[in-house]
Design a protein around this ligand. Structure first.
Ligand SMILES: Cc1cc2nc3c(=O)[nH]c(=O)nc-3n(C[C@H](O)[C@H](O)[C@H](O)COP(=O)(O)OP(=O)(O)OC[C@H]3O[C@@H](n4cnc5c(N)ncnc54)[C@H](O)[C@@H]3O)c2cc1C
Length: 213
């Protein structure tokens, strides 16, 4: 682990924050880092949400009120020190056609992939309870255009599918069997989505998941 200084921390949605610090290492979009404050607890893992050549690393995190790290990070200020691990992980994607499916802050690795320039030929489906939690939508929408589907389960909005992303997927008749499906977010979303995809004939080996636990 090494120490870095927070450059920015902003609230970006209901109970969610975007933390930034200067980048001084290379990574592949989709990878994660461990973050810690002191050594009282093991590091927690976070996907990098920024592009691989951006000057800053950005981390999108959800506040767990009763958790250890996120309540401390949420009150962090520019100049505060955190410890980070080197980047690692295999949730990475190539240039081929694929579906990207995310719930909540699970959009982070796909945001990194989009900002790293591999969004072409991808379809992004993002599910959230609230409209305010479509993180990075202002940056993502002009890049992904009609290949960006937002599913909101508790509120409705223009251009937004009303309902859970699992309901949206159940309604789809023409999911490409030979595409890869990248899933990222809560265990519940990943398990339900995997079942739906398998019931629609997608081979198990074409489903790649990163579960946030
Ligand atoms: C590969 C990976 C990538 C991830 N990327 C992200 C990301 O980009 N953004 C993001 O927001 N999150 C991400 N996560 C989740 C993240 O690592 C943390 O789990 C999360 O931020 C909670 O940290 P915390 O220390 O605040 O909470 P924790 O202290 O870890 O607690 C989490 C929850 O578990 C409960 N809990 C704690 N200990 C116990 C116990 N002994 N028994 C029962 N319940 C308990 C707490 O009450 C709390 O509700 C990722 C996880 C993985 C595995």
């Amino acid at each position: 682990m090494k120490s870095v200084k927070i450059t920015k921390i902003i609230k970006v949605g209901q109970d969610s924050f975007l933390l930034s610090f200067k980048r001084d290492f290379e990574f592949v979009a989709g990878q994660v880092i461990g973050i810690n404050i002191g050594e009282a607890q093991p590091a927690r893992l976070y996907s990098i949400a920024s592009g691989s050549s951006e000057e800053e690393i950005k981390i999108l995190f959800n506040l767990k009120d009763d958790g250890y790290l996120t309540p401390r990070l949420a009150v962090g200020k520019p100049g505060d020190t955190i410890q980070i691990s080197p980047p690692f992980g295999r949730f990475v994607c190539n240039e081929k056609e694929a579906y990207w499916i995310a719930s909540g802050t699970g959009i982070a690795p796909f945001a990194s992939m989009i900002f790293s320039g591999i969004a072409e030929r991808k379809i992004l489906i993002h599910g959230s309870r609230f409209l305010s939690n479509f993180y990075f939508q202002n940056e993502i929408a002009p890049i992904m255009e009609a290949r960006y589907i937002r599913c909101c389960s508790a509120e409705s909005g223009e251009g937004i599918y009303s309902g859970r992303l699992t309901q949206y997927l159940r309604e789809q008749e023409n999911l490409a069997i030979d595409n890869k499906y990248y899933l990222c977010g809560s265990a519940e979303m990943v398990v339900d989505t995997r079942d739906i995809l398998i019931s629609k004939g997608i081979p198990y080996e074409n489903i790649i998941a990163e579960i946030y636990f």
